[in-house]
Design a protein around this ligand. Structure first.
Ligand code: NAP
Ligand code: F7E
Length: 321
């Protein structure tokens, strides 16, 4: 039986990845950090807790000894490193914590694997934020596009990306960087714009009120998290390790998203959305669109959700709450 370690198992992606790996017959070891309210911590994986192939271990990616211990104890063949302070706006307010979890956290994971289980295959959760406002002539970002991040989050992810590549080449380790564009789901944290809009519109439909948002003109390439965790797994099943963009190739503005969600709930967004500069960022990544050609050709990756079916699933979830 293959063993996989997942850091960030309690997050959106970690929960879908744990489901996928358990379905495939893996023994899954999730690394969770110590919370003062542990009863709230595992809500995204509570439905998996009775599975005897799932084990949780306390650890923190900023604490190298905890990672060394988990690797030594469980001898994984695959390590999926998803843990991060993953909110871009928050990374401006907490740059040190963001850097500690993403940059130092990735260094710690790579050292733990190198020292304890050097043959384990490693997935690193890279992001389209690494590109900043750079793109190719055709408007797309791909594996070869220059990286010039515009947030502490993006800078930390860029460090982690290059560290992964450096360890791969220096130590002949199997390390893949996913360069994932935005992916959402009913499990998305409510401070990301998709969930915030869907949850807000569902609440306004029932109770009335307003929804405060920031920049409506930014565009993003939004897919479904369930599709993206499949790509993570596929990357680690290849005969060589490499870096892959996962994206839909389609982008929509935050305003388009508001229009779609409010109109599906029988409302006009313009009557309910108010702009609050509190939600602006010191630097904005204006438009995002990725080219997943390499992942499709080399991994055989395909998406099963459209932008609209992903939003429909989120609306159904938040309406029922
Ligand atoms: P998420 O929902 O915010 O989950 C983050 C996870 O990291 C949580 O399980 C969190 O644990 C854990 N974590 C944070 N700090 C930690 C620490 N110091 N030690 C151990 N665990 C820690 O993020 P996500 O959306 O699932 O994203 C997964 C990864 O993909 C992240 O690295 C993110 O930056 C990256 N990414 C995401 C997207 C996207 O659109 N979702 C796109 C590109 C890249 P707690 O539950 O204890 O907070
Ligand atoms: O913002 C605008 C905001 O916070 C999207 C993370 O998963 O994807 C995610 O980062 C856009 C931005 O996601 C609000 O200015 C307007 O232009 O949902 P978001 P993000 O910053 O794109 C990347 C790929 C990651 O790697 C990250 O981990 O929406 N926006 N008004 C707003 N954003 C938020 N959060 N809240 C607003 O009120």
């Amino acid at each position: 039986m293959r063993t996989a370690i997942i850091t960030g198992i309690t997050g959106q992606d970690g929960s879908y990845l744990a489901e996928l790996l358990l379905d495939k017959g893996y023994r899954v070891v999730g690394v969770i950090r110590r919370h003062s309210s542990p009863e709230l911590q595992t809500h995204r994986i509570d439905h998996l807790m009775s599975n005897s192939n799932l084990t949780l271990e306390y650890g923190d990616v900023t604490d190298l000894p905890s990672l060394l211990n988990v690797c030594k104890k469980h001898n994984p063949s695959e390590v999926y490193h998803l843990a991060a302070q993953s909110h871009v706006k928050i990374s401006f307010g907490q740059p040190s914590f963001t850097t500690d979890t993403i940059a130092t956290g990735t260094l710690n994971i790579l050292e733990a694997v190198r020292l304890m289980v050097p043959d384990a295959r490693v997935y690193l959760a890279g992001s389209s934020e690494m590109y900043g406002n750079e793109f190719d002539e055709d408007g797309f970002r791909r594996e070869t596009t220059i990286m010039k991040p515009v947030s502490p989050y993006g800078c930390s992810k860029t460090y982690a990306f290059h560290l992964g590549r450096t360890y791969r080449e220096s130590y002949d380790m199997f390390i893949c960087n996913g360069i994932l564009f935005n992916h959402e789901s009913p499990r998305r944290g409510l401070n990301f714009v998709t969930s915030k809009i869907v949850e807000g519109a569902a609440r306004i439909q029932k109770e009335g009120g307003k929804l405060s948002l920031g920049n409506l003109d930014a565009t993003r390439d939004w897919g479904h998290a369930k599709d993206y965790v499949v790509a993570m797994w596929m990357m680690l099943q290849q005969s060589y390790s490499d870096d892959y963009v996962c994206a839909t190739g389609e982008s929509h503005s935050v305003r388009d998203l508001c229009e779609m969600v409010f109109s599906k709930l029988g409302m006009n967004y313009a009557n309910h959305v108010v702009i609050d500069p509190e939600y602006y960022r010191p630097l904005e990544l204006h438009d995002l669109k990725g080219d997943p050609t390499k992942a499709i050709a080399e991994l055989g990756w395909e998406t099963t959700y459209t932008f609209e079916s992903m939003i429909d699933e989120m609306i159904e979830h938040h309406k029922a709450r």
